[in-house]
Design a protein around this ligand. Structure first.
Ligand code: NOJ
Length: 553
C-alpha cells in the first residue's frame, strides 16, 4: 500500500470522492456503470489527488431506489460485477494509495431480501416478522395505516400485506419506498447481523463504511403519531424527540459498531449520513467512542452567502470540536441538485434543500464561477471533505430529463410533482464529442441509463485535461496543494474578516490565508508573499467577486 497519509487518524482530513457507481464508468457496455469501469478509472482518481473513494451500494438489489434497497449485503449485483471484482478493486485502489469505503444500509432491506420474504410467507404470527415493523391497521377492518407517518419519497410510510391465504394482513413500515421495509432494531438478531456484515467487509480490506440513514434506525416505543408535523416529513427537521429521526437510542448501536471497527489493526472509519436538526445533535454521533465523522449537510444546504456560510462553519467547528471530532465539508451528493445549478440562481437567506427553494432563471456561467470559488473555500477549511463525482468537471444538474426516463421513486410517489434526484445522477462524460462521451466502452450498443446533454462536450475529462484553466485542473491543483501544505487539512482557523463581512477571510498556520469574495465587487488583496491558487484570474492586486484565493503569508 502506498497511502499518502498513513496515520491512524487518516479520516480526520481525508478528501473522499463519492463514486455513484451506476453513473461513474461502464466497463462492459451495458450503459450502466460498474466495478470494471471504476477499476479502469483508478489512475484518474489517483491523479485527481483524492485520498479515498466512497462507493454507493453495489449489492444485489432490485434497484427500486438505486441500490439502497439491498437484497444481500454480502454479495455484488451482477450489473456491477462480482465479489472477485470487488476484491480486485479494493486491492488496486490501495495500490494507487486510495482507501475504499462501502455503503451500508441498515435502516431497511429490500423487500426482496430473504428475511422479508420469509416474513411474508410465514403467515400471521411468523417469528420472521419480528425483524421488521409489522402492525395491525387502524379502523374496524384494519384498513387504515397504523399511524400517520409519511414516506420520505411521498405517500404513507405503511403498506398493507396480503397473507399467504389471500386474506388482508397487517401493515409494515417503510420510511422510504414500499420496496424498502424498515428493520426492527429492537431485535437482537438484526443487531448481530449488521455487526457481522461490517466484519465481512472489513475482512475484505475495506477501510471504512458510510452509514445510510444513520439517524433513523430507532423508532419511539408505541410508534406514536407525529400529528403536528403535517405533510411530507423533512429529514432532520430539528425535533430531537421525533418518533423516528435522531432518537437517543441510536447511539448505543454505533458504539457497538465502533468496537467492531477498533478490533482491526488498520484503522477503519465510519461516516454517518445523519440528519440531525442542530450541529450539537450531529456531534453526538461522533463522540470519541462512536462514529468517526458525519456529513455536514448544513454546509451542503447553505446558500452562496457569506454570512450564512460563516455561521455554518463556526457552528460546525464549535460543535464538533467540543467532542474532539473533525468537521467535514460537502457541496453535493447523489441526493441533491448539483451545486453549479444551485449557485446559478439568486441566493435566498435560508437553506436550500432543492431547486424548488430557488427562484429565477439559471445562469450556469455564474453558477460555475461560484462553484470554483466554493471548491477552494471548502478545501481550505479544517477537517475532511467529500467530493461528488462530476463536481470536479463542473457538471450541472440536468433539469430537462424526459419524464418517461425518470427512475427515482420520488417521481412516482410524489404524484409527479417532484422530479427527484435523477438530474444529478446522469452518467459522467469522459471523452469524445457526443454521448456516451466515453462513459461506456467504444462500440457499446446500449446508451447510458440516463441521457447525457450534448452540451457536456466541453466538460469531458479529456477536454478539461488539456485546458489549464479548467475546473478539473483547478481541483487537481487544489488537492495537490492541500496535500503538500502543512497548514491545510485537520486543524483550526482564525477569521480575519468580521462575521457579517461579505468577504470570508481566514488564516491557518503556518503561513496560509484563504479569501473568498462573495461581495459583488472586487476587493484589494491582503498582504501576502505569494498567490498559491485562485479560482479566477486576479485583476491586478484585486480579488474579483465570486472568487477565492489561497495566499502564502
Ligand atoms: C440516503 C441515500 O443517500 C439515498 O439515496 C436513499 O434514497 C436513502 N438514504 C434511502 O436509503
Amino acid at each position: 500500500m502506498a497511502f499518502a497519509r498513513t496515520t491512524a487518524d487518516w479520516w480526520r482530513d481525508a478528501v473522499i470522492y463519492e463514486v455513484y457507481i451506476r453513473s461513474f464508468a461502464d466497463g462492459d457496455g451495458d450503459g450502466i456503470g460498474d466495478i470494471a469501469g471504476v477499476r479502469q478509472r483508478l489512475p484518474y482518481l489517483a491523479g485527481l489527488g483524492v485520498d479515498a473513494l466512497w462507493l454507493t451500494p453495489w449489492y444485489p438489489s432490485p434497484m427500486a431506489d438505486g441500490g439502497y434497497d439491498v437484497a444481500d449485503y454480502r454479495d455484488i449485483d451482477p450489473v456491477f460485477g462480482t465479489l472477485e471484482d470487488a476484491r480486485a478493486l479494493v486491492e488496486e485502489a490501495h495500490g494507487h494509495g486510495l482507501r475504499v469505503l462501502v455503503d451500508i444500509v441498515p435502516n431497511h432491506t429490500s423487500s426482496a431480501h430473504p428475511w422479508f420474504r420469509e416474513a411474508l410467507s410465514g403467515g400471521p404470527g411468523s417469528p420472521a416478522r419480528k425483524r421488521y415493523i409489522f402492525r395491525p391497521g387502524r379502523g374496524p377492518g384494519g384498513e387504515l395505516p397504523p399511524n400517520d407517518w409519511k414516506s420520505v419519497f411521498g405517500g404513507p410510510a405503511w403498506t398493507r400485506i396480503t397473507e399467504p391465504d389471500g386474506s388482508p394482513g397487517p401493515w409494515y413500515l417503510h420510511l422510504f419506498a414500499p420496496e424498502q421495509p424498515d428493520l426492527n432494531w429492537d431485535d437482537a438478531e438484526v443487531r448481530a447481523e449488521f455487526e457481522s456484515i461490517l466484519r465481512f467487509w472489513f475482512d475484505r480490506s475495506v477501510d471504512g463504511v458510510r452509514i445510510d440513514v444513520a439517524h433513523g434506525l430507532v423508532k419511539a416505543p408505541g410508534l406514536p403519531d407525529i400529528g403536528s408535523l403535517d405533510g411530507k416529513l423533512l429529514e432532520g427537521a430539528g425535533d430531537s424527540d421525533h418518533p423516528h429521526w435522531d432518537r437517543e437510542e441510536v447511539h448505543e448501536i454505533f458504539q457497538g459498531w465502533r468496537t467492531v471497527a477498533d478490533a482491526y489493526d488498520d484503522p477503519r472509519a465510519f461516516v454517518a449520513e445523519a440528519w440531525a436538526g442542530f450541529p450539537e445533535r450531529l456531534a453526538r454521533y461522533v463522540r470519541p467512542d462512536e462514529l468517526h465523522t458525519a456529513f455536514n449537510f448544513d454546509y451542503l444546504m447553505a446558500p452562496w452567502r457569506a454570512d450564512h456560510l460563516r455561521r455554518v462553519v463556526d457552528e460546525s467547528l464549535t460543535a464538533l470540536g467540543a467532542v474532539g471530532a473533525p468537521a467535514t465539508w460537502v457541496l453535493s451528493n447523489h441526493d441533491v441538485a448539483r451545486h453549479v445549478s444551485r449557485y446559478a440562481r439568486p441566493q435566498p437567506d435560508g437553506p436550500v434543500r432543492s431547486l424548488a427553494d430557488l427562484r429565477g432563471p439559471a445562469d450556469l456561467r455564474l453558477g460555475t464561477r461560484r462553484a470554483r470559488a466554493a471548491a477552494l473555500l471548502t478545501l481550505a477549511l479544517p477537517g475532511g471533505a467529500y467530493l461528488y463525482q462530476g463536481e470536479e468537471l463542473g457538471l450541472w444538474e440536468v433539469e430537462d430529463l424526459p419524464e418517461e426516463l425518470l427512475q427515482d421513486p420520488t417521481w412516482q410517489r410524489s404524484g409527479h410533482t417532484d422530479r427527484g434526484r435523477d438530474g444529478c445522477r446522469v452518467p459522467l462524460p469522459w471523452s469524445g464529442d457526443g454521448p456516451p462521451f466515453g462513459f461506456s466502452s467504444d462500440g457499446a450498443g446500449t446508451p447510458p441509463w440516463l441521457p447525457q446533454p450534448d452540451a457536456w462536450k466541453p466538460l469531458t475529462a479529456e477536454a478539461q485535461d488539456r485546458d489549464p484553466s479548467s475546473m478539473l485542473n483547478l481541483y487537481r491543483s487544489a488537492l495537490a496543494l492541500r496535500r503538500s501544505h502543512p497548514a491545510l487539512g485537520d486543524g483550526t482557523l482564525t477569521w480575519d474578516s468580521a462575521p457579517d463581512d461579505p468577504v470570508l477571510s481566514f488564516v491557518r498556520t503556518p503561513g496560509f490565508r484563504c479569501v473568498a469574495n462573495l461581495s459583488g465587487d472586487p476587493v484589494t488583496l491582503p498582504a501576502h508573499s505569494e498567490v498559491l491558487l485562485a479560482s479566477e484570474e486576479l485583476e491586478g492586486g484585486r480579488l474579483p467577486g465570486d472568487t477565492t484565493v489561497w495566499l502564502a503569508l
